[in-house]
Each structure stands twice: as C-alpha cells, then as structure tokens.
Design a protein around this ligand. Structure first.
Ligand SMILES: Nc1ncnc2c1ncn2[C@@H]1O[C@H](COP(=O)(O)OP(=O)(O)OP(=O)(O)O)[C@@H](O)[C@H]1O
Ligand SMILES: [Mg+2]
Length: 250
C-alpha cells in the first residue's frame, strides 16, 4: 500500500486537481484508491460530489473520534473518498490540547487495514496541524508546483517542516515526486521555471508535465474527474501519463 500526501502551502497550484486525477488515473489502471480530503475548503469533496448529495460523516468526525473512517467513506465510480467539510476549519484550535494531535489521521487510517493500493491525501494550503497530520500518516510526499514565476518561493519552509516531521514523528517519510502543473508552452518563462525545478529536484520531477487545460478547470463544476468529463482532453492525457509514471515507480 502506498500512502502519498499532495502538498504545497501555496494556494491554487493544482493540489486538489492532481489528487483527484492521479487517483482516478490509478483507478483506471485497476488500482484500489482512497482519496482523503484534508482541506476545510472541501474542494476535493465538492469537485466529485453534488452539494445536494448529503454528506453526513466527514474526516472531521473521524479526527474527533466520533466515528471510524469506514463510516465516512463514500464511493465515486470505482474509487473511494473520505470527504471533508467546513467543520474542519476549527481543527487547529480544537485539537490544540490533544496529546497525540499530530497522529490523529495516522491512527485512523491504520484502522482501514491494507485494502487500498493507494491512499492519496489532498492537503490544505498551509503548514498547520492538518498538514502535519498528513505528513505523519504517509510514507511519500508529492510537492505540486505551478510552472510560474516564484514556483520555488517559500519552498525552504516546506522542506524545514518535512525535515522536522521526519526527525520527530515519521522517520519513513520522503519527498518522492514533484508534479509540475499549469504549464503553458506558449510562455517561455514556464519552460525556464520547469528547468529550474529540475535543477533543484533532479529526477524526482515527474517527466509528465501537466499542461494548462481548460477541461481540467471545468470538470469539477460537473462533479467529474477529467476522464469522466473529457477523456480526449490534454488534461486526461497528461494525468493518465502521470498516473502510469507513478504506478511504475518512476
Ligand atoms: N492544469 C490545469 N489547467 C487549467 N486549470 C487548472 C489546472 N490545474 C488546476 N486548475 C484550476 O486551477 C484552480 C486551482 O487548482 P486546485 O484547486 O487544484 O489547486 P489547489 O492547490 O488544490 O488549491 P488550494 O490551495 O486552494 O487547495 C482550480 O480552479 C482548478 O480547476
Ligand atoms: Mg486544494
């Protein structure tokens, strides 16, 4: 079983889009996938689920210890989702006095056993307690970077946090993949940024670069993965190629 957190404290870089469509791509290859929405914005949840479809139990109830994770899991066309909700936005404050506050997610995911091939966690855009919980619960971290100016800005802070988690909470953790997203081949700057990211991270950077593709931005409003929404789009081609690279352990 592979456990992977998709992270970057910078907002809007494609973490949620990548979690959903890498997960869906792995599912198309016959893998059993769980996506965990660990963001109080609940973008992953609502990108796949209509607002009108009631969600009774969420990751918040799980972390609170009210229910077990399997009671919150919902399914979507072949893969599973552990949904989030706005309730989670108070988590930092609520859990502050819990002695094991960084291991709440890890302890709960362990209750699920090893039935999944992949557990993918969509992190919120900050380095707070929820992100620490993700880093404590996984073996691998994928950093998602937008192929734009300042892509690497602020990254040293993220690396510091990962180093501290590795020392104190989770010795197994490693940055195992860098995903470059929102690539626009018409912009020379985008190429330069990707070259710069490759200089910095070497062969951790996935060969598949995710292009800027409008279908990827449209699919969530139809509550669909890119493969369900437009399987011929560049977005579908790129995320299928990326998920193959991930499956083959690049
Ligand atoms: N390759 C792409 N091409 C076009 N639009 C994209 C692409 N990837 C993501 N988007 C769009 O860009 C926006 C930000 O993407 P996304 O929500 O995945 O980022 P995020 O890092 O999860 O954001 P947040 O930090 O707020 O959680 C969304 O509207 C999404 O639909
Ligand atoms: Mg997101």
């Amino acid at each position: 079983m592979k456990t992977i957190a998709f992270t970057n404290q910078k907002g809007g870089v494609g973490k949620t889009t990548s979690t959903i469509n890498v997960g869906a791509g792995l599912c198309l290859q016959g893998k059993k996938v769980l996506m965990v929405d660990l963001d109080p914005q609940a973008n992953l949840t609502y990108s796949l689920r209509m607002n009108s479809q009631r969600i009774d139990n969420t990751i918040y109830d799980v972390l609170k210890g009210r229910i077990s994770p399997d009671e919150a899991i919902i399914s979507h066309n072949g893969f599973d989702i552990l949904p989030s909700s706005i309730d989670l936005s108070g988590a930092e404050m609520e859990f502050v006095n819990e002695p094991a506050r960084e291991t709440l997610l890890k302890n709960n995911l362990e209750k699920l056993g090893t039935g999944y091939d992949y557990i993918l966690i969509d992190c919120p855009p900050n380095l707070g307690l929820l992100t620490l919980n993700a880093f404590t619960a996984v073996k691998e971290i994928f950093i998602v970077l937008q192929s734009e100016y300042l892509a690497l800005h602020g990254l040293s802070k993220l690396m510091d946090v990962i180093r501290v988690v590795k020392e104190r909470l989770n010795p197994d953790i490693a940055i195992s993949g860098i995903i470059c997203t929102l690539f626009d081949s018409r912009k020379n700057l985008n190429r330069e940024v990707v070259d710069h990211i490759k200089d910095y991270f070497g062969d951790k950077v996935f060969k598949t670069i995710i292009r800027d593709n409008v279908a990827l931005a449209e699919a969530p409003s139809h509550h669909k993965t890119i493969f369900e929404y437009d399987s011929e789009s560049y977005g579908a081609k790129d995320y299928l190629a990326l998920s193959k690279e991930i499956r083959n352990g690049h």
